[in-house]
Design a protein around this ligand. Structure first.
Ligand SMILES: CCC[C@@H](/C=C/S(=O)(=O)c1ccccc1)NC(=O)[C@H](Cc1ccccc1)NC(=O)N1CCC(N2CCOCC2)CC1
Length: 222
């Protein structure tokens, strides 16, 4: 793997979105992954509908939580995802009004990725942005930089947030305090563009920080 890699620079990531007062982070992680897989397969970047998942995914719980692997299964069952424009987000669970004739984006399968962070970096390059679960400890107060909470504060067993891994890099400091390079993951959050680093989050890479490596998966578009 290279030193830095970023799907945002490669045009595979849509604008930072905002889930509002709805616990639909799982749906944003799912659409972000499928947007990237579709881009890799077709070259087209299409913003996809989280509201369709909130309303129509019967395995998950709308604004009360969900799991990305279950959402991938439901996208296959439902028959595809409509675009953000066709089925816009309003952050409240409503009756499903999916129109198959409108949905242009389908996935064929999905797969889980192992916990080794080198393997995850390779999977990121191969499949596009990855759906991941993390422990969101401290994210409400995050203002930027590389987050590296102590493991007892950000246990990998306390996964509670679904987000999108979009890249990785290394920060080299030359000041007296930081002589060692600081590898990080670049993560797209769904709390709007004013949160964090233009909507993005960087967390230390290589030590399973906040369980970033524990639940990684991707859709497959053939
Ligand atoms: C109330 C749900 C909040 C929402 C995200 C909200 S959030 O606003 O982004 C946020 C997250 C963390 C801190 C503060 C704010 N969280 C989820 O959807 C999280 C995301 C997640 C966690 C762990 C592994 C993978 C994915 N999932 C969940 O909360 N759940 C997983 C599915 C579970 N279902 C119950 C019914 O039977 C099917 C399973 C419901 C709880």
């Amino acid at each position: 793997v290279d030193e830095t890699f970023d799907w945002v620079e490669k045009g595979a990531v849509t604008e930072v979105k905002n889930q509002g007062m709805c616990g639909s982070c799982w749906a944003f992680s799912t659409t972000g992954n499928i947007e990237g897989a579709w881009f890799k397969a077709t070259g087209d970047l299409v913003s996809l509908s989280e509201q369709e998942l909130v309303d129509c995914d019967q395995k998950d719980s709308g604004c009360n939580g969900g799991l990305m692997d279950q959402a991938f299964e439901e996208v296959i069952r439902i028959g595809g995802l409509e675009t953000e424009q066709q089925y816009p987000y309003d952050g409240v669970q409503e009756t499903c009004n999916f129109e198959k004739s409108l949905s242009k984006v389908q996935i064929d399968d999905f797969m889980d990725i192992g916990e080794d962070e080198e393997e995850i970096a390779e999977a990121l390059e191969e499949h596009g942005p990855l759906s991941i679960a993390i422990n969101a400890f401290g994210m409400q107060f995050y203002r930027g930089g590389i987050s590296h909470p102590l493991s007892f504060l950000c246990s990998q067993d306390g996964l509670d947030h679904g987000v999108l891994m979009v890249g990785y890099g290394v920060e080299h400091h030359t000041t007296w305090r930081h002589r060692h390079p600081r590898p990080y993951w670049k993560i797209k959050n769904s709390w709007g563009p004013r949160w964090g680093e233009d909507g993005y989050y960087r967390v230390a890479r290589g030590k399973g920080v906040c369980g970033v490596n524990k639940m990684v998966s991707t859709s497959i578009v053939n």
